[in-house]
Design a protein around this ligand. Structure first.
Ligand code: FAD
Length: 478
């Protein structure tokens, strides 16, 4: 009996799928944002999709795969754009979307299974308790809460609440280990760093307890000014107004907004740089006063639109974070992007400095957020891609100017992060995934403890599409 037969026998009634077309579809995420990842990962595919419906079924799948040495790559909505959910060594894709129950809502918190769609959690919290999640990615309508915690970093709400790694922004996580007899661990406090943004290499998250805050009918605003530096100075001033309750604040350099925000185009001027903000209704009059004083124009506000006009528009948060990039790529496939930090102090100056340096080649986009208690900016500038060499040069110039790059053209945790081993995550992996079967190839420190992060070029996981993998056995099922 082959391993494929053995796995399928072990799965019993747990839903699974081996149709190669469907498996190939579910082996992809938004890796194609990057021309580099597109070239490297185009052929990557898993061998079987397994869709457990409960934590107990997750444990059954992991136990069988552990016994049979089959790699397992967890997956939620598949909206990650670093190739995080792509099964480099093939094997099983663990589709968690059937674990989608919201199990408890109380004052200040919600407990939900990891495969629940974030928008659905928010909807349940809002309708049952008048509360909402503190933050969500701009992909809230498709992304799962487990995928956000394992693959994301922050997003809409980060202007007030910071990032997912900040203490208190995740209350607890239940995690199933990859062992012969999988254990269920409950992580809290600093222990959450073992699984937050670990790309599913450190156990499968089955349930999360997340903090809630008061829900508002947020008003979407687009504010404009023709001077990029001035607009960012205003944005920083607004971010620092403790009394004005915001859920989202970013600046996007012209010509991006007018050129790519097609459904909002009629409200915008081609030369106008734009702030996209979400403000609580009771804070609107104060924000208007600030705009008047600083001579910034409010070009669009959702609260005064007729209902039919409002329904025809995407929510403002779908113009922000990586949705800005998505809208640009859809209209111009030669566009890609970078992810950088404009650190405080000096963040506003850095945004303007980088724009002045690169001009139209790298149009600016800065997400204002609370970072360790202070306002900083996550930069997500677009890049008009020409060659991989030029992309590397643009990255180097950013770093030389004090803007660290979280490289979205790399599929490993380290290269997409701080370019160093995360000792906490590595130590935890030894305990919970001793065979290294969870999402192989994503943690360099596991594969090559002596890897030199300062050397030029990118890490190439030697396990990509190795011969003799489980994939070769699937045809024998027929
Ligand atoms: P997936 O893409 O399915 O998985 C992400 C990672 O988590 C993978 O490594 C996967 O293996 C792992 N994983 C999934 N589920 C589990 C689980 N239950 N247990 C363990 N590991 C698991 N990110 C942000 O942080 N903020 C944003 O605002 C944001 N905006 C985006 C906008 C666009 C248009 C796109 C394409 C991406 C954006 N992202 C953003 C990235 C991505 O959407 C987020 O990371 C998202 O939350 C991922 O959720 P998902 O369910 O799609 O996860």
């Amino acid at each position: 009996m082959t391993r494929a037969h053995e796995l399928i026998a072990a799965l019993g009634s747990i839903p699974h799928e081996t149709n190669p077309k469907l498996v190939a579809q579910r082996s992809r995420d938004f890796y194609w944002y990057s021309p580099v990842l597109k070239r490297q990962l185009e052929g990557v595919t898993g061998d079987i999709i397994v869709s457990p419906r409960s934590e107990a079924e997750v444990a059954e799948v992991l136990s069988a795969c552990f016994r049979l040495d089959i790699p397992v790559t967890p997956r939620g909505g598949g909206t990650g754009n670093y190739g995080q959910a792509m099964p480099l060594s093939g094997g099983a894709i663990l589709d968690l979307r059937s674990l989608n129950r919201v199990t408890s809502i109380g004052p200040g918190h919600v407990t939900a299974e990891a495969g629940a769609i974030i928008h659905d959690i928010d909807h349940a919290a809002r309708s049952q308790s008048g509360q909402e999640l503190r933050m969500h990615p701009s992909t809230a309508r498709n992304a799962t809460i487990g995928g956000f915690i394992a693959g994301g970093s922050g997003g809409v709400g980060s202007i007030r609440w910071g990032t997912l790694r900040d203490l208190g922004n995740v209350i607890s996580a239940r995690v199933v280990t990859m062992e012969a007899h999988p254990r269920v661990l409950t992580l809290t406090g600093y222990d959450l760093h073992k699984v937050v943004h670990a790309y599913g290499t450190n156990g499968i998250i089955t349930s999360l307890d997340m903090p809630l805050t008061a829900a508002y009918e947020w008003v979407d605003l687009l504010m404009t000014h023709n001077d990029w530096l001035r607009l960012n100075q205003f944005s920083d001033l607004l971010a620092c107004q403790d009394g004005i309750l915001l859920k989202q604040l970013c600046t996007i350099e012209a010509p991006t907004p007018h050129r790519y925000f097609i459904r909002h185009q009629k409200y915008l001027d081609p030369r106008g740089h734009v702030i996209v903000a979400m403000v609580a209704p009771h804070a609107l009059s104060s924000l208007e006063a600030l705009c008047r004083q600083e001579r910034v124009t409010i070009a669009f506000r959702s609260d005064i639109l007729p209902e039919n006009e409002k329904r025809a528009l995407p929510p403002a948060y779908e113009l922000t974070w990586n949705h800005t990039t998505l809208r640009a790529i859809r209209m111009d496939p030669s566009v890609t992007y970078l992810q950088t930090l404009y650190p405080n102090p000096g963040h506003v100056g850095k945004i303007a400095e980088m724009s002045a340096l690169f001009g139209e080649e790298v149009p600016g986009h800065a997400e204002y957020m609370r970072f360790e208690g202070r306002i900083s900016c996550d930069g997500m500038p677009l890049v008009r891609f020409t060659t991989e060499e030029r992309l590397e040069e643009i990255i180097r110039i950013h770093e030389e100017h004090g803007c660290p790059i979280f490289n979205p053209h790399r599929y490993t945790l380290e290269e997409g992060g701080m370019k160093q081993t995360d000792e906490v995550q590595l130590a935890f992996k030894r305990l919970v995934d001793p065979k290294g079967l969870l999402n192989p190839g994503k943690m360099i420190a596991w594969d090559d403890p002596d890897y030199d992060f300062n050397k030029a070029g990118y890490y190439l996981f030697p396990g990509i599409k190795k011969e003799g993998t489980f994939a070769d056995e699937i045809p024998s099922l027929d």
